[in-house]
Structure formats: structure tokens, C-alpha cells
Write a protein of this length. Structure first.
Length: 291
């Protein structure tokens, strides 16, 4: 009986290490569904959806180049690229890459897209080490290889209030920390058919299973960070709100109505308030449960 070739043996070792972790991640999150591609679409003015059916990625197209916010799981890089091209844009015109949170399901494609577009990656202070470590420094997923992603280095570390301006579009970064230490909400005002719309790309305030706020907190200050995030998000008054998961703002329903209504189908200030209130109630319940 011949021995197993060394490369094969080490691959097997990697698989054995990885599979239980992947199973854990899949049990916690339905990652298969997150990989399903979907038709890209224009939401309003220069704002386009180029993500998968569940995981959002937004392309803000301007005459001076484009801005991409977020980027789904690593395996979806090709699908995101195809969506950008299908809308009539060129990858090499993507000049700026932004994130809302450094988790594998939202920044998985960044390393590939950064290399392919040569766009500048701007990351909120607090998330740059998480991105550079490919998730290995995550306060929850550090030892979950299935939740790791190709590491990527920020070209610029930004801070609360930072503005990104390109081709007549101005985006402002708001630090809404907790979900990750540098979770970021982006706001802008765009025009569609002569009407102005305030648009918010919300940073997540979701609480992943295992997060601790009170006893032995997941990181020092996490409770205060989440409270700050809710304060900031409650102060915003978007006409259109967009989130990292399409289900959080009913992309499917709004997409269907947009076929006849256009951008107004996405105007949903009440939906924003409701989603925020639900998320805050869940957070407060979890904090109370720890006391
Ligand atoms: Zn997350």
C-alpha cells in the first residue's frame, strides 16, 4: 500500500479542520442561499444593486468613476463582476471600494475586486486589522475558519465623518460600531428624475450568536458601541434605506414595484424606523438576558 502523497495529505488535513467549522457557519447562516446570483438593477439615480440575491453590493456610478460598497462571499466575486458589466459599466472604472462591516459575507470578494479594479479601499478605523487578518482577529469568528476570507489591506483608514467625493456624488461615513468595531453607515443625497433622495446604506446592528455585552464582554466597550450605533442611526432620516442583506429592506418586493413606479418604490422612511426599532429591541432583550 502506497502512502498518501504529501500534498494530498495536507489538503485532507485542511479539509478536516475546515469542514466542521463550515458546518457551524452554515448552521448559523444559510450561506448557500447567499451565493445565489440575481439580476443587477438601478435603484435610484447613480445607485445600483450588484450583489447576490441575499448579500448586497452597491455600485454608485459617476462620470468620474464608480464607488462600490460591500461585496458578499468570496465565491461571488465573478457574479459581482458580471453584474457590474451587465449594467454597462467597466470594472476598471471602479475607483473607490467601501465597506459597511468586515465580515466574511460582506467583504469576501474585496481582495479579488481590489486587484481587478485597482480601486482604493477606504476602511473605517477599527475594521482595518480585521480585513488585513482575513477575519482571524474577529471577536466572534477568530477560530471559525469557515468565516475567514482572503485578507485585504486598506489603502486609507478613515474616521467618523469622513467624506468620499467623486463625480458629483458625496458620501459621508458614520461610525456605527459594535457588530464589528468599525461598522460603518454611509449616507448620501442623490437625484433621480429631478428629485432629491436621501439614501442610507446602513451598517449592521445585528447581534451574532455568542456576542457578550455585560459579562466578559466580547471586546471592551462593545455595549457602549452598540448604543452609539443606535443613536446615530436613529438620528438619520433617509428616504431610501439600503442594507447589507437584501431581505432587511425587501429588495424583492421593491424591485417588483420599481418596474412601474421607478425610484419611488424604494422610498420607505417607515420601513427604516421599523427595521431599526426591531433591531434595537432584540439588542436590548439580549443585554437584559445577561444581567
Ligand atoms: Zn456581520
Amino acid at each position: 500500500m502506497g502512502g498518501m502523497p504529501r500534498a494530498c495529505a495536507s489538503l485532507l488535513a485542511v479539509l478536516l479542520l475546515t469542514i466542521p467549522a463550515l458546518a457551524t457557519v452554515r448552521a448559523q447562516f444559510d450561506t448557500q442561499a447567499w451565493l445565489v446570483p440575481t439580476e443587477p438593477l438601478r435603484i435610484a439615480g447613480p445607485v445600483h444593486y450588484v450583489g447576490t440575491r441575499e448579500l448586497a453590493a452597491y455600485l454608485i456610478a459617476t462620470p468620474a468613476g464608480h464607488i462600490l460598497i460591500d461585496g458578499a462571499l468570496p465565491a461571488s466575486a465573478g457574479d459581482l463582476e458580471r453584474s457590474i458589466v451587465a449594467l454597462g459599466f467597466r470594472l476598471e472604472d471602479v475607483k473607490v471600494l467601501l465597506t459597511t462591516q468586515a465580515h466574511f459575507d460582506h467583504v469576501g470578494t474585496l481582495a479579488q475586486l481590489k486587484a481587478r479594479t485597482r480601486g482604493r479601499l477606504l476602511v473605517m478605523d477599527g475594521d482595518q486589522t480585521l480585513l488585513a487578518s482575513g477575519g482571524a482577529t474577529d471577536y466572534l469568528f477568530a477560530t471559525t475558519p469557515g468565516a475567514h476570507f482572503p485578507p485585504v489591506t486598506a489603502d486609507e483608514v478613515i474616521h467618523d465623518g469622513h467624506r468620499v467625493t467623486l463625480g458629483g456624488v458625496s458620501l459621508q461615513a458614520h461610525l456605527t460600531p459594535g457588530h464589528t468595531p468599525g461598522t460603518t453607515t454611509w449616507t448620501t443625497t442623490i437625484a433621480d428624475h429631478g428629485k432629491a433622495y436621501r439614501v442610507v446604506f446602513t451598517g449592521s446592528t445585528g447581534v451574532n450568536s455568542g456576542t457578550r455585552f455585560v459579562k466578559d464582554p466580547s471586546y471592551p466597550g462593545i455595549l457602549q458601541d452598540y448604543r452609539k450605533a443606535f443613536r446615530v442611526l436613529e438620528s438619520l432620516q433617509p428616504d431610501i434605506f439600503l442594507a447589507a442583506h437584501s431581505g432587511q429592506f425587501d429588495l424583492a418586493g421593491k424591485r417588483a414595484r420599481a418596474a412601474t413606479e421607478g425610484a419611488t418604490a424604494f422610498v420607505d422612511p417607515d420601513g427604516y424606523r421599523r427595521a431599526l426599532a426591531t433591531s434595537k429591541a432584540t439588542f436590548e432583550r439580549l443585554v437584559d438576558a445577561e444581567r
